[in-house]
Design a protein around this ligand. Structure first.
Ligand code: 3HC
Length: 304
């Protein structure tokens, strides 16, 4: 365990998709902190909370937790209407879609609304933490001023993996502005959620996606070229390398739009042609065949 205390008494989570919901659940259940959740779609929040109810009920049925622990965790989760309602949180974790402009706008609002010592964390899977941190300079200040550095120093990358309750890792990423204390507290919080922490530099895709996405992209290119069938590509990795899912199945699970956007970040962020996204991946996203979330990707949801 980390020697630095995380000091998080209340957490805010922005975005109630698969990642935001999972982060809220492990924070409430394992770190035992009250969590305020906001998503602009009420429907998304209701879906997220019904998944939380199912997962807590399963934990109770399997004897992993007591019913009282499940009830307490559930009571710690509260839906709120906007960032304004999060003004007193000690840390916010943003888990919205992978769009730099959207993240910059949200982080500017966090900086204007939340307490000056609140940690501003992003669950981004590939966007530069340094670029996001540059958006939180108070009006009238410069990035190099004391206030500017204090504000951007509390931005950090805390990258969880899907499904959050199951996957044991959190990737911790510092932007060039991130303070040591912010990093230490973010690490301590991830550990309180019973995650192992791996540190990555702020490079496109960080360590995890700089390695995973080219692998998935290459598998899609193999399918495109007819090197092997969908099932044989996946079988090769499931049975030959003991991966729990083959790369095409994993791409559907992550979401093809997310895979494409990360691959584009790698490509534009490095200008290296080896990261060019597969045309088939682009076309599937054009067709809104996004994988599990849309019911069709390389597989249909009712495929075995
Ligand atoms: N939420 C919570 N729990 C889930 C879940 C979900 N969405 N999906 C599955 N689980 C749980 C199941 O409930 C089950 O729990 P139990 O042991 O209590 O019954 C456990 O996971 C195993 O599930 P199943 O028995 O149904 O199925 P599998 O044994 O096939 O496991 C899997 C499912 C855990 C998803 C496994 O296939 C796996 O590990 N796949 C690879 C996942 C992976 O690589 N994730 C990382 C993606 S990359 C990422 O997130 C980074 C981003 O930046 C792109």
């Amino acid at each position: 365990m980390s020697v630095i205390a995380h000091g998080i008494k209340t957490l805010g989570v922005l975005g109630a998709g698969q990642m935001g919901t999972g982060i809220a659940l492990v924070s409430a259940l394992r770190a035992k902190v009250p969590v305020l959740i906001h998503d602009r779609s009420r429907d998304q929040v209701s879906k997220g909370l019904s998944l939380v109810d199912k997962l807590l009920a399963k934990d109770v049925t399997k004897g992993r937790i007591q019913q009282s622990e499940a009830n307490e965790a559930r009571e710690r989760l509260r839906i709120v209407d906007g960032i304004e309602a999060m003004r007193d949180v000690d840390m916010v974790i943003e888990a919205v879609s992978e769009n730099l402009d959207l993240k910059r706008t949200l982080f500017k609002s966090f900086a204007e609304t939340l307490r000056p010592d609140a940690i501003l964390a992003t669950n981004t899977s590939s966007i530069s933490i340094t670029k996001i941190a540059a958006a939180v300079i108070p009006n009238g200040q410069t990035a190099a001023s004391e206030e500017g550095r204090a504000s951007s120093g509390r931005v950090v990358g805390l990258h969880f993996f899907n499904p959050v309750p199951v996957m044991k890792l959190v990737e911790l990423i510092a932007g060039v502005q991130t303070h040591k204390d912010t990093l230490g507290r973010a690490r301590a919080f991830a550990e309180a959620c019973r995650k192992e922490v791996a540190v990555s530099n702020d490079v496109p895709g960080f360590v995890s996606n700089a390695l995973l996405m080219p692998f998935i992209n290459e598998a899609i290119m193999c399918l495109e070229k007819g090197t092997a069938s969908r099932d044989d590509i996946d079988k090769t990795f499931r049975l030959g390398m003991n991966h729990p899912m083959g790369p095409l199945q994993l791409a559907d699970f992550i979401g093809l739009d997310t895979c494409l956007s990360i691959q584009q970040t790698l490509y534009t962020g490095t200008s290296d042609s080896k990261y060019r996204p597969s045309i088939l991946l682009e076309r599937m996203v054009d067709a809104q065949w996004l994988g599990r979330k849309s019911g069709k990707g390389f597989y249909e949801n009712n495929d075995a």
